[in-house]
Design a binder for this molecule. Structure first.
Ligand code: SAH
Ligand code: SF4
Ligand code: F3S
Length: 541
């Protein structure tokens, strides 16, 4: 029962990977602990998307390395995208790291831990050899891109997803929501992005596996499923093309962008598109209350998908469709494959078909050569559309990407910071306006956590900040001697807007967790809706 501490950085893909790793190791008898001080095995599931993400992991690795140098008997493993990107360089710079495992090789993780354990035990013996590099590294390199037939390793990776044992009690406040992967990897090669290198080629999972996983999750108590893929609308599974020797369907490498052109010749094979997949899940898992998906690529998002969304009440009217820039010149340099005009056409098409749609996205500021004029075009795009929120990032040059190799990172840091702050301020105004549209309306909210805080009597502001999903949604103020305790239950609408319900006491707030209820919105800030239960209907479980 070796105690393991696992910390996750990065995106939802990594969160799901960590859940799978935890399931896999728990089944083998490992026990997970909440603090690194209590663990013998320390795992960091890392992200490489921006330099800052890597710095966080490096500082954690530094702390554990120091403990190891001071004589503590610990096993330190670095898993995820940074392991894949850094490769052996990581061992050179951090010799205390015992093993590395890329995101495409996680099925080999138990073996790696085992190798290190055995080697550590053998160190006591006279003729012990240091562990060979091959026994402490599991990285894909770009092996997966060389062949269109899937390697056995990837098949094993599929088994890792299939063996998922969802424990509704182990996932804290999020136990009613789960992620399901539909596509691994990415083939888009946006010039700034490491993901095609770290996660490998785009591989689509067989639809039957996805639908079965959704069914099993719902049987285990899940209310909301988010389908995961880097570009979900490019999901496309051609039946009969990838089968295992015993006749089962296997994951399949994506067909490439040409399959989405109207001129693409039909292969004559039955195909499950993203629209088909959504329809199947909606129909075949009727007990699932909410189905959502991230991330949508602003190109090749057909009306077939929008029609399925419109006709399927349990598919959330929510689109996370990152635009990245409002300048056509920059979009071209990013290799995004669409223009601002095409982005606007896509979003407007979606808004006409789904008037309740909530729109979110990502933008990068300070991409190489971005001028004030380019940036102004980005600001104009943000002002023009009803984004509920946008994640805004300063461009971070990533080794191994085309932009890193070919474009000078020539926008000074202070200009990046200024643009970042300015765009955030614009987004705050847009978010406020978007949220205000919901005042007076009745919406269904899925509640997932209770918040308690102190509020000074006779004061409107709160003494302690409230944070939801890492974001501060109510800020703190100086504490006052006379304070009252307030209780809220926090949830999200189908469009992913955060809603806070004020409750009389903690017991009442707890009652709502994991349930959906119809509420009436009475007030809105840029990040939060508030209001009371709708008089029409209380629990709509
Ligand atoms: N597949 C998704 C994005 C995945 S990465 C898509 O295509 O939209 C998540 C976000 O990180 C991206 O949308 C982008 O805004 C940001 N990002 C990726 N690489 C970056 C880099 N080098 N510097 C700054 N931000 C970056
Ligand atoms: Fe990265 Fe582009 Fe792929 Fe998104 S679509 S993961 S930004 S390469
Ligand atoms: Fe980071 Fe890898 Fe996700 S680089 S954003 S953890 S796919």
């Amino acid at each position: 029962m070796l105690p393991v501490y696992l910390e996750t950085f990065g995106c939802q893909m990594n969160e799901l990977d960590s859940e799978l790793v935890q399931g896999q190791l728990s089944a083998l008898g490992y026990r997970f602990v909440a603090r690194p001080e209590d663990a013998s095995v320390i795992l960091y599931n890392t992200c490489s998307v921006r330099e800052q993400a890597e710095q966080k992991a490096y500082s954690r690795i530094g702390v554990i390395s120091a403990r190891k140098r001071a004589g503590e008997n610990l096993i330190l493993g670095v898993i995820g995208c940074m392991a894949e990107r850094d490769g052996l360089d990581l061992f050179r710079r951090h010799p205390q790291v015992d093993f590395m495992c890329g995101p495409g090789e996680l099925d080999r993780l138990p073996q790696l831990i085992d190798n290190v354990r055995k080697s550590n035990a053998a160190q006591e013996l006279e003729f012990a050899q240091p562990l060979a590099l091959a026994d402490r590294t599991a990285l894909a390199g770009n092996r997966s891109r060389r062949s269109i037939t899937l390697s056995a390793a990837e098949d094993n990776l599929e088994n890792l997803d299939l063996s998922r044992a969802f424990d509704p009690d182990s996932s804290g406040g999020k136990r009613h929501s789960a992620y399901v992967r539909i596509t691994r990897g990415c083939n888009k090669f946006c010039t700034y992005c490491v993901v095609p290198n770290t996660r490998g080629a785009e591989v689509h999972r067989p639809p039957d596996h996805i639908v079965d996983e959704c069914k099993r999750l719902v049987d285990a108590g899940v209310i909301e499923i988010t389908l995961l893929g880097q570009t979900v609308n490019h999901y496309r599974y051609q039946h009969g093309s990838a089968v295992t020797i015993d006749g089962r369907e296997a994951p399949q490498v994506g067909p490439g962008l040409s399959a989405f052109r109207s001129s693409a010749a039909s292969t004559g094979k039955r195909t499950t598109t993203f629209a088909d997949l959504l329809r199947r899940i909606h129909e075949e898992v009727p007990a699932l209350k909410r189905l959502r998906f991230i991330t949508s690529y602003p190109r090749d998002f057909g009306d077939d998908i929008l029609s399925v969304m419109r006709d399927s009440p349990r598919i959330c009217r929510y689109l996370h469709a990152p635009a990245q820039s409002g300048s056509d010149r920059i979009l071209k340099m990013m290799n995004r494959g669409y223009t601002v005009g095409e982005y606007l056409d896509f979003v407007n098409r979606a808004l006409v078909m789904l008037p309740d749609l909530c729109l979110a996205g990502d933008f990068i500021v300070g991409f190489p050569t971005e001028t004030d004029e380019d940036f102004e075009m980005t600001c104009a795009l943000v002002k023009r559309l009803p984004f509920k929120n946008n994640f805004i990032f300063k461009y971070s040059p990533r080794p191994g990407t085309t932009a890193f190799d070919r474009l000078k990172d020539d926008v000074p840091e202070d200009v990046k910071r200024f643009r970042n702050n300015r765009l955030l301020a614009i987004q705050t105004d847009v978010s406020h306006a978007t949220h205000k549209e919901w005042i007076g309306r009745q919406v269904e909210v899925l509640f997932d956590e209770v918040r308690t805080f102190e509020r000074a009597k006779n004061a409107k502001s709160n003494a302690s900040p409230i944070t939801v999903m890492g974001k501060e949604i109510q800020s703190s103020s100086a504490s006052s001697p006379a304070q009252t305790r307030l209780f809220q239950c926090i949830g999200r609408t189908a469009g992913d807007l955060i809603f806070a319900l004020e409750c009389k006491n903690e017991q009442e707030a707890i009652l709502f967790v994991g349930k959906t209820a119809l509420v009436e919105v009475s007030a809105a800030s840029a990040l939060l809706l508030t209001g009371g239960l709708s008089k029409a209907l209380v629990f709509a479980e």
